[in-house]
Design a protein around this ligand. Structure first.
Ligand code: FAD
Ligand code: NAD
Length: 509
């Protein structure tokens, strides 16, 4: 929690008025109050200059940052870039400069012991001090060579410890804003695989564990400091001498795209009809898997068909479109919902349709290029979907309407052949009724005579009618998904209409 004074500011006893031990306070310039500092820290500005990365800092590196305009200070093993904070420091710049490029823990403890500096300076966190090499803790495995990572000091590292009943593996990702979608863990028999996604790179812990563990595992993430804990339950309460034998890719940090797809077997829980040819499949992840599919990303399903491995991509959806926006979206992390059209002569979908409840199917790690931040900076969001090209729009719609406050309009333009093909029509119409920012337009390419709505395929005239900025300068994002010719034509028309590549996102494999 930040120490935000509740009433008059600075409050009579606040850090900005009280001189500790009679120490004179330096008058702060206008616009440099604690509240101004808090606003700055919440503005999303990069205060470290490291674009959200956390690095390991050596003593030599720390010492280089000893000037007002480039000042790093170490407090209790964590290094902060305090340059942006200089003008906000009640004790003045000179006081801070006493610890410039050095360990300021003692100085800090003398003067500011009560200050919640971790919270005050959290956006200034540069990283941890590098630990001087000492004998490796008992049982810890040697670090493998780093393959292809951009900078060595950004390579995540790991450690482990145990209690009578638990094994905890701690991964220091050196990446701020870690979240559950960036951590994928599987434990099958004694084989542990923990993958951490860091931008376009992937760090892997992959071991044949020393002893057996129970099926369920837990993952804890300290988001701001980028620490990930994988907690395993020992099967037998015995002391482990080592964590395990490293497997081939253990402790490697390589490009994400160079990491092979990893599959785990998921159980088919239910299969429900959505339309005459499309079904909602619910798959259950094993208890020993931690996996969250990010919005707009897909997974690969793998089946052996006629003795051959066949793989096809599918984009997970939600079990339904939530109408109550006060509730958090309902992805529980245990189930994966897939909305799949069964083609009468489709190789993969026919085999899928023949699966029974309780059967198993292999599901890969998620892939995709869509980033939620693309929506977070937009005022108008347009979703152009054709047929099952609707699937990436489901989570996106839910995210946009529940979590993005700057959006003024969200419009789904949904292309289908016939009325019977429209997926979740009722839910979409209900959603448009309860949220005035949301509008849905159905366009049919093979309508019956009774259809009074719009008809046709994607065209320049249809797009110019439905895709419009709500204000002259408003920031738009247009997402497109459907058959490849649909997507390609859509992009062409939009460019002719004056939209830039940055304003368009296409969903492809
Ligand atoms: P195939 O045996 O390959 O083809 C048989 C016949 O089915 C074809 O002759 C054609 O008539 C029809 N057909 C097959 N594929 C297509 C196609 N892509 N477009 C139009 N007609 C086709 N599908 C979903 O239902 N839900 C999803 O969530 C989903 N997500 C996807 C995500 C990505 C990134 C991509 C690239 C595709 C996605 N697909 C999705 C399509 C899916 O991957 C398969 O292409 C589809 O299920 C057909 O597989 P099949 O083996 O049954 O058909
Ligand atoms: P469909 O055959 O039922 O067609 C739906 C609508 O798409 C049609 O009414 C028409 O308006 C438009 N369309 C179809 N073919 C077109 C063409 N050649 N040119 C212009 N417009 C055309 O669609 P479907 O069978 O549901 O197929 C959905 C497609 O979406 C598949 O190709 C699938 O691979 C793709 N998809 C991709 C992703 C992804 O993330 N990349 C996700 C889901 C689905």
């Amino acid at each position: 929690m930040l120490n935000v004074p509740p009433q008059a500011f600075p409050a009579p006893s606040s850090q900005q008025r009280v001189a500790v031990g009679g120490r004179a306070k330096v008058p702060l310039k206008p616009g440099r109050s604690l509240m101004d500092w808090i606003r700055l820290t919440k503005s999303g500005k990069d205060l470290t200059g490291l674009k959200g990365r956390l690095i390991e800092v050596t003593e030599d590196e720390l010492a280089k940052h000893n000037k007002k305009e480039d000042c790093w200070i170490c407090i209790r093993g964590f290094v902060y870039n305090v340059t942006p904070y200089m003008e906000y420091h009640p004790g003045g710049e000179d006081e801070l400069m006493k610890a410039a490029g050095a360990d300021g823990t003692d100085l800090f403890d003398q003067v500011h012991r009560w200050v919640n500096y971790e919270s005050m300076l959290k956006e200034c966190l540069v990283g941890r001090m590098a630990v001087k090499p000492i004998a490796a803790p008992k049982g810890m495995l040697p670090e493998k060579k780093v393959l292809g990572a951009s900078a060595k000091d950004l390579t995540p590292s790991y450690d482990w410890f145990q209690t009578d009943s638990l094994i905890t593996i701690v991964i220091y990702t050196k990446q701020k804003d870690m979240n559950a979608e960036l951590v994928i863990v599987d434990c099958q028999d004694k084989r542990l695989r923990g993958e951490i996604i860091v931008d376009n790179d992937s760090y892997l812990v992959e071991l044949d564990l020393d002893h057996a563990v129970q099926e369920d595992l837990a993952v804890n993430i300290a988001e701001k400091v980028g620490k990930v804990e994988i907690i395993l339950k020992k099967k037998d309460n015995i002391h482990w001498k080592m964590l395990g034998e490293p497997l081939e890719s253990h402790s490697t940090f390589i490009k994400r795209t160079d990491r092979g797809l990893f599959y785990r077997k998921c159980k088919l829980i239910s299969k429900t009809e959505v339309t005459h040819d499309t079904k909602l499949f619910c798959l259950m992840l094993p208890k020993s898997t931690h996996l969250r599919v990010p919005t707009g990303h897909h997974v690969y399903l793998k089946q052996i068909i006629a003795g051959t491995e066949v793989v096809k991509p599918y984009t997970p959806v939600l079990p339904f479109l939530s109408l109550d926006f006060k509730e958090p979206s309902c992805h529980d992390g245990i189930h994966i919902y897939l909305m799949i059209k069964i083609y009468s002569c489709g190789l993969f979908t026919q085999a899928l349709d023949h699966l029974h409840i309780g059967d198993y199917i292999s599901v890969s790690n998620p892939e995709g290029s869509f980033k939620k931040s693309q929506v977070q900076t937009s005022e108008d969001l347009f979703l152009l979907a054709a047929g099952t090209g609707f699937t990436p729009m489901v989570k996106l719609l839910n995210f946009a309407l529940t979590e993005v406050s700057c959006l003024r309009t969200v419009k789904l333009i949904f292309f289908n052949k016939t009325e019977d093909d429209i997926l979740w029509r009722n839910q979409l119409e209900q959603l448009a009724l309860v949220d005035e920012r949301f509008e849905v337009q159905f366009i049919l390419s093979q309508p019956t005579k009774d259809w009074v709505g719009k008809q046709g395929k994607i065209s320049s005239s249809l797009l110019s009618e439905f895709v419009k900025r709500s204000r002259k300068e408003s920031k738009v994002l247009i997402c497109i998904c459907g058959p490849t010719p649909f997507t390609e034509q859509g992009v062409q028309y939009l460019k002719v209409l004056g939209y830039s590549q940055e304003e368009i996102h296409t969903f492809t494999a």
